[in-house]
Design a protein around this ligand. Structure first.
Ligand SMILES: Cc1cc2nc3c(=O)[nH]c(=O)nc-3n(C[C@H](O)[C@H](O)[C@H](O)COP(=O)(O)O)c2cc1C
Length: 305
């Protein structure tokens, strides 16, 4: 039985609904040497800013029983380095490219978006939700007015599809989702890491290197929480929602799709299993065959009343 795994996010067409999550895959080179990037729905790049950013000094990754804490601080080489070093290579791999962008000001977000032509990216994911930086990131995603301003500015700066990555640590996530939609987002990623921490009991100090001592929790621990957010957000907006949080197996992907997501992103799972997104894509296709599902659209929202 042939199955149709293609999905559309705005004008963006993807071979399948399994993407890789920003920051867990850098720009794909380390994986792409061994595994075919073109077989994934899309590659979300590392968060990329106008100028290079230094990251957090000190501990950046810590394991927890069901996931991991990270505090990278959005370290990256800046948009010009992306354009010079990575675009041509990603295009050679036939990857579908979603550039994840960050800024310390609204103007910076817009300036990064404006530098990306359709040759350089197939879509832009606007990260207004990083919990590990003192300026930018979640500051924009937890204030409704700032969310509106950033989305508005990015929308006006680009004709590429705009995906807004929401913060899980807000009250009334549906309001943020509706605001992003109203200001021109083509889709939403739900969501970024959930703030968390760990204590080194011998040193009697917080483990992570951020001034606040905290980091972002990701992995299986967050999946039930983010799944519910996807369920709620898809009911609040008409634009597609992408589920991001704790996708480790194809079963996780099916749950997100059935909750209403149009695609999923695989992040931390890559740290344990570098094949994870490919395994998820293959498992999903097999599940469709086993269940007699001919197109992915039949799964999207299938569990909704
Ligand atoms: C090491 C690391 C770096 C990350 N960097 C970014 C980033 O640059 N931009 C972004 O929007 N999200 C970033 N994230 C968040 C992930 O894209 C994803 O939203 C989160 O990890 C939840 O998915 P997961 O449970 O599958 O990992 C990062 C996550 C990790 C673990």
């Amino acid at each position: 039985m042939t199955v149709d795994t293609q999905i559309s996010i705005g004008n963006l067409r993807c071979k399948n609904p399994v993407w890789v999550a920003a920051g867990t895959f850098l720009y794909g080179r380390e994986y792409g040497r061994r595994l075919p990037l073109e077989e994934l729905g899309a590659i979300c790049t590392k968060g990329t800013s106008l100028e290079p950013w230094d990251g957090v000094q000190g501990i950046r990754i810590a394991e927890t029983p069901a996931g991991m804490l990270n505090a990278i601080g959005l370290q990256n080489w800046g948009i010009d380095a992306y354009l010079e070093r990575n675009v041509a290579w990603l295009r050679e791999q036939n990857a579908t490219i979603v550039v994840n962008i960050v800024g310390k000001t609204v103007d910076e977000y817009a300036a990064v978006a404006a530098k990306l032509s359709p040759r350089d990216a197939d879509a832009i994911e606007v990260n207004i939700s990083c919990p590990n930086v003192s300026e930018g990131g979640v500051f924009f995603g937890t204030d409704l007015r700032m969310t509106e301003k950033v989305v508005d500015a990015v929308r006006k700066a680009t004709s590429l599809p705009v995906i807004v990555k929401l913060a899980p640590n807000t009250h009334g996530l549906a309001e943020f989702a509706k605001a992003a939609e109203a200001y021109g987002a083509d889709a939403l990623s739900v969501a970024n890491c959930i703030p968390g921490m760990a204590i080194d009991i011998r040193r009697r100090k917080a483990v992570m290197g951020t001034p606040a001592g905290s980091g972002g929790l990701s992995g299986p621990a967050v999946k039930p929480i983010i799944l519910k957010m996807v369920w709620d957000v898809t009911a609040a907006v008409r634009i597609p929602v992408i589920g991001v949080g704790g996708v480790v197996s194809w079963q996780d992907a099916v749950e997100y799709l059935m909750a209403g997501a149009s695609a999923v992103q695989v992040g931390s799972a890559l740290f344990r299993n570098p094949n994870a997104p490919w395994d998820v894509a293959q498992g999903l296709e097999q599940f469709m065959r086993d269940e007699g599902v001919s197109s992915i659209g039949e799964l999207i929202g299938a569990a909704r009343p």
